[in-house]
Design a protein around this ligand. Structure first.
Ligand code: 1GP
Length: 238
């Protein structure tokens, strides 16, 4: 089955705990040209905050996904295209591999057709996600490639996500993961802030994820990153 993300170049991640720049609306956000919106954050996220962002975005024509950081913030909403649930391959705390998931699956109402996982490789030790999950971020390009292969071949993951949240990462490590993946879609996120950074990571990753830029700089800056990711895809003809 072909998944929606096979055609994506760009994802915008909205942190429900952060505001939009003054004067900007969720309508502006949904018109940036991004292929999909993920609603999720690591800290201080509640179901209410999640719900508010989903409500504000749902009338526009962009697929909306929730990325829940734990089962307590999962929002059931018909307007969601689905749930992208993180699994952290290099977590020190096994809760982030199977523990939180084990609690979630006790709920009877899970819609498995709309529930998918993302195999994170967390690479920035200063990021909240690294600290929360106890991730070992000291990974060479070979290590990253090996984790990517484990995710795809042993754990059957359809999305491998190299996460440098808050800082721009090492494109050689992203390229190393891209080289070993066959079927899985490679996401890259972290520190993408303009056309050039989006283009650079978009040359290796299938999908460039942009987060903080929206809250810090706003929709025009995001639009530039959409162009960078698209042009990179066109140039590499993936
Ligand atoms: C965060 O990968 C995303 O989960 C995007 O990172 O906020 O650094 O853009 P930034």
């Amino acid at each position: 089955m072909t998944r929606a993300w096979a055609d994506w170049d760009h994802v915008l991640k909205i942190d429900p705990d952060k505001d939009l720049p003054e004067g900007q609306s969720f309508e502006d956000v949904c018109r940036t040209g991004t292929d999909a919106i993920e609603v999720g954050g690591t800290l201080d996220v509640t179901r209410d905050k999640m719900g508010r962002v989903i409500d504000a975005c749902r009338r526009y024509d962009v697929p909306l996904y929730q990325e829940p950081s734990n089962p307590a913030v999962v929002v059931e909403h018909d307007s969601l295209a689905g749930y992208l649930v993180p699994v952290v391959m290099n977590a020190g705390d096994v809760s982030w591999v199977t523990g939180a998931h084990k609690e979630w699956v006790r709920i009877d109402s899970i819609d498995w057709n709309r529930t998918h996982t993302e195999a994170y490789i967390v690479m920035n030790p200063d990021a909240s996600v690294a600290q929360l999950t106890g991730a070992d971020c000291d990974q060479s390009a070979d290590d990253v490639a090996a984790y990517a292969k484990v995710a795809e071949r042993m754990f059957g993951q359809e999305i491998v996500y190299i996460e440098y949240s808050g800082t721009f990462g090492d494109s050689e490590k992203v390229a190393a993961a891209a080289d070993v993946l066959d079927e899985a879609t490679l996401f890259y996120g972290g520190g993408v802030h303009d056309y050039d950074t989006a283009h650079e990571m978009g040359r290796h990753a299938d999908v460039v994820v942009v987060g903080d830029l929206l809250h810090d700089e706003g929709v025009d800056a995001v639009r530039e990153t959409v162009e960078g990711a698209r042009d990179a895809r066109a140039a590499t003809e993936r």
